[in-house]
Design a protein around this ligand. Structure first.
Ligand SMILES: [Ca+2]
Ligand SMILES: [Ca+2]
Ligand SMILES: [Ca+2]
Ligand SMILES: [Ca+2]
Length: 571
């Protein structure tokens, strides 16, 4: 039912659900005013065609920017020191992310295009020579996303591609010894034809069953939503009904936000702007398209690209920044700041608040000045390089900034939920880089805390560990390390019938009283668990004599951890 201009008739935009598309019902976004502005700076620096990776590579807590071979190190005032990274970085890479891939505390750079390469960070934004993680597979990489896909506590990589016929994504899961395994699931094509136009992925445990569910963000009817299986390797069961709704939005990017503040994370998908989709979490194994709240641009035939969920005015209600083009791949169009109107709907910021016309698909955001205001970089292809969208809306209150580091959970901690204690309705944000086009946003967490000078904050880590932090000082960033209640080492051992793998559980780390330590797969325990002088429980697995794997399953006070560390035996 696609028209020649690539748009679908609006009445059918959510056809399988029998819900009229938002473009039919309400063609205009209500214009709203706000105090202050988003300042648009055309710096003309960097390259609009090169990837943009955002993260703290200098080690001072401020997010920096790597744009192809250009390095921009953030200064305290939010401006940048520019230099060149040199020939070590793949100049033909088209997507990248900055992430501490080996959990040594230093940010690494992962690039894709044509191969996937890992540049180990040495600190101060210097990197070792690239190490190939995956050979070229054809197509052009459009996004690298780092998260723990299989919830074994190790950061994995999802690479999205345009121009590939086999699959729009490649999933590389970490072994724990610096090597990665291709675990791309079989992909069911909804329609035969041209190669896929994949723009990104997103993983989240929507239904709370302990397995991460998968959004595949692919254009023209190929979007895909699958429920993760709690199996040894990543596996997903396609949800035909939601896949249909999702695919019909022709999604380009995804931003998670609890826009209605019911405590459950919802998902915004940019697509054809008139078909932008807001999927509301229901608390069940389902998502409900919210046509009443769905943000649409004033010009509903534009194509919406990179998005960012951020609280631009720090009022506690998460807003959305979205780039648009008026042709599929080119044509400058106004970007939109959708301001959350607190009643479960959005308004478009008036032109006095925000007016930026860009020719950009990629958006990468971070709080570069550490002032609680996320600024965004748009890769503008109209010969301008990186355009800075600087958030100078008047803040409605104080903020708490957190930088999370997982220990049981993977180090990048993507998917952790951070909530403000004592707040009603609930205020919850999700940690991680979201899923804009190209890469990820900075993973710093910002929480609006109103008039509080100090705030109590609870983190629900991806592992299932909950941690409450009391009296966190407002208007600055605090580094938080997940309590190390469980460690398993090594993750790869020879299948020699002799090598031992140690499992350590520290109940005191989380104030738990009871533990059960179980195992699935090649599980030859050498004996019962034994406590050391500090009260930590130790148990050892003996390697089998042939190759295999095991997953360690730990329950604390009867509640199983979502992270189940995997051990591989053999090569
Ligand atoms: Ca993993
Ligand atoms: Ca799930
Ligand atoms: Ca919600
Ligand atoms: Ca807001």
């Amino acid at each position: 039912m696609r028209r020649a201009d690539g748009l679908i008739p609006c009445a059918l935009s959510l056809g399988a659900l029998g819900v009229a598309g938002p473009a039919c019902r309400s063609p205009e976004c209500p214009i709203v005013k706000a105090s202050g502005h988003v300042v648009v700076e055309f710096e003309g620096r960097g390259s609009a065609s090169a990837f943009v990776a955002v993260g703290d590579c200098s080690g001072d807590g401020r997010p920096d920017v790597i744009n192809g071979t250009h390095l921009f190190v953030a200064r305290p005032d939010g401006t940048f020191d520019a230099s060149e990274l040199g020939a070590t970085i793949r100049s033909n890479a088209s997507a990248a992310t900055l992430v501490d891939l080996d959990a040594d505390g230093v940010a690494d750079l992962v690039t894709a295009g044509p191969d996937v390469a890992w540049f180990r960070g040495r600190g101060a934004c210097a990197f070792d020579a690239g190490m190939q993680l995956a050979a070229p597979t054809g197509g052009e990489p459009s996004q690298v996303l780092a998260t723990d896909i299989d919830l074994d506590g190790l950061t994995d990589l999802a690479v999205s591609y345009t121009g590939r016929a086999a699959s729009p994504i490649v999933l590389l899961t970490a072994r724990g010894d610096g090597r990665f395994v291709d675990r791309t699931p079989a992909f069911t094509r909804r329609a035969a034809g041209d190669p896929y136009l994949g723009y990104g992925t997103f993983f989240d445990d929507i239904d709370g069953d302990g397995a991460r569910d998968l959004f595949v963000i692919a254009d023209f009817d190929h979007g895909w939503l699958g429920w993760g299986r709690r199996s040894d390797e990543p596996a997903f069961d396609q949800d035909a009904r939601l896949t249909s709704a999702f695919a019909d939005a022709h999604p380009m990017s995804l931003c998670p936000l609890d826009y209605d503040r019911d405590g459950r994370m919802d998902y915004f998908l940019s697509g054809v702007t008139g078909a932008n989709l807001l999927l509301r979490a229901t608390g069940r194994r389902d998502l409900a398209p919210d046509a009443d709240a769905a943000p649409i641009a004033p010009r509903s035939t534009d194509f919406a690209w990179g998005c960012a969920a951020l609280d631009a005015d720090l009022d506690g209600w998460t807003d959305l920044m979205v780039l648009s083009l008026n042709g599929r791949d080119s044509g400058a169009a106004p970007a939109t700041l959708y301001l959350n109107q607190r009643g479960g709907s959005f308004g478009c910021a008036s032109s006095e608040v925000f007016a930026a016309t860009t020719q950009a698909q990629r958006l990468a955001c971070g709080d570069f000045a550490l002032d609680g205001r996320p600024h965004c970089l748009a890769s503008d292809r109209a010969m301008r390089g990186l355009v800075v969208l600087r958030d100078e809306l008047t803040p409605r209150g104080n903020w708490v900034g957190l930088r999370l580091r997982g220990t049981v959970s993977s180090a990048e901690a993507s998917g952790a939920r951070v909530s403000l204690d004592g707040e009603w309705p609930p205020l919850v944000v999700v940690a991680g880089g979201q899923s804009p086009v190209g890469g990820e946003h900075d993973r710093g967490v910002l929480l609006a805390v109103g008039s509080r000078a100090r705030a109590d904050v609870t983190i629900a880590w991806p592992s299932g560990v909950r941690q409450t932090l009391r009296g966190i000082e407002a208007n600055r960033y605090t580094a938080v390390v997940e309590p190390r209640v469980l460690s398993v080492s090594p993750r790869v051992a020879p299948a020699d019938g002799d090598s031992l793998v140690e499992v350590v559980v520290d109940l005191d780390a989380v104030g738990a009283r009871g533990v059960s330590i179980e195992c699935r797969g090649e599980c030859d325990w050498t004996g019962p668990a034994a406590a050391d002088a500090a009260g930590r429980m130790h148990r050892w697995l003996r390697a089998p004599t042939s190759a295999g794997s095991a997953r360690v399953e730990v329950s604390l006070d009867g509640v199983p951890l979502a992270v189940r560390p995997r051990v591989r035996f053999g090569s």
